[in-house]
Design a protein around this ligand. Structure first.
Ligand SMILES: [Zn+2]
Length: 298
């Protein structure tokens, strides 16, 4: 099983996770810029974070045979903090970088006027930079959040086929299905979407425009839930080709729209039904800007 996790915050995860992911078949990931749990107080800390997810983190992933890309944005939650708003002015320079495959995560947290403004401004940046957009939908008041997000997307003039709305569930999936946008589902350990629920949604809506991710971050989450979903699909009677479409070809198709998805050299030869991924194993001896993943920076 070859897996592309289209939404995972690897900066919060350990090298053990990379090792286990590679062993489970994860060959590629996209890391969206997001909130870090503790509020940032200046645009400078965003700049360092953005540099890290387009520099150090791809290097760290490569040590385990995992290809890493990023999406860049001012996240919805911090869009409400006036100290962070100038981040919007930093974005154009980051959106030109190799390895940046979308504008995201944008969208709503609490649906405030400040969020409205940042959301619309960043969809305009996606259009201007010819990039797809990755939209986070709120965890509270979900249906209203998704309806409003779809309205803002429609107003922006961006092609809906270049937009994914993420963190969907049984209540919101149908709304997005009809819009022409892509549907993203984050599979969590105890709450929200689970592998069996995801399988039911795939039965209901089919596999087209469907993305499954772990959204693993610094909170309770599990980077192997993409694999668990693939296995649940097989048990439920989906074919290996269906699994490959959802867990590999769909995310490739979505992010390839950026023109910057680079999977050359990624070991994607493990066709459906193959022997399963081998750990990238990592010649953990490389360095990035003089630093390695070994202790002591040597
Ligand atoms: Zn996220």
């Amino acid at each position: 099983m070859r897996i592309f996790d289209p939404h995972i915050h690897m900066t919060s995860r350990t090298t053990d996770d990379y090792e286990r992911m590679a062993a489970a078949g994860v060959r590629a990931v996209v890391e969206p810029a997001f909130w870090l749990g503790q509020p940032r107080t200046s645009p400078d800390s965003f700049a360092d974070y953005f540099d890290s997810i387009i520099g150090w983190e791809p290097f760290r992933a490569s040590q385990f045979g995992v290809r890493h890309h990023a999406t860049i944005a001012l996240n919805p939650k911090e869009a409400n903090d006036p100290r962070c708003r100038p981040v919007l002015d930093l974005l154009p320079r980051y959106l030109e970088k190799d390895g940046v495959v979308a504008v995201g995560e944008i969208g709503y947290d609490s649906m405030t006027p400040a969020e409205d403004e940042a959301f619309a401004a960043q969809l305009a940046l996606a259009v201007a930079h010819d990039l797809p957009a990755m939209v986070h939908t709120p965890h509270r008041d979900k249906a209203r959040g998704v309806e409003r997000s779809l309205a803002v997307v429609a107003e922006s003039g961006i092609d809906p086929g270049r937009v994914v709305l993420d963190h969907l569930n049984e209540v919101t999936a149908g709304l997005v299905r009809d819009s022409g946008c892509w549907l993203g589902f984050s599979i969590y350990p105890d709450t929200k979407m689970s592998p069996p629920r995801m399988v039911e949604l795939l039965r209901l809506y089919g596999t087209e425009r469907m993305l499954v991710n772990s959204a693993a971050d610094w909170g309770r989450s599990d980077p192997l839930l993409t694999r668990a979903t693939g296995e649940a699909m097989l048990l439920a009677g989906f074919t290996a080709d269906d699994v490959d479409r959802v867990l590999w070809r769909n995310p490739v198709e979505f992010y390839a729209q950026s023109g910057r998805l680079d999977l050359t050299g990624v070991d994607d030869a493990d066709a459906p039904g193959g022997a399963g991924g081998q750990p990238g194993a990592g010649g953990a001896g490389g360095t990035f800007a003089g630093n390695s993943i070994l202790r002591g920076g040597s």
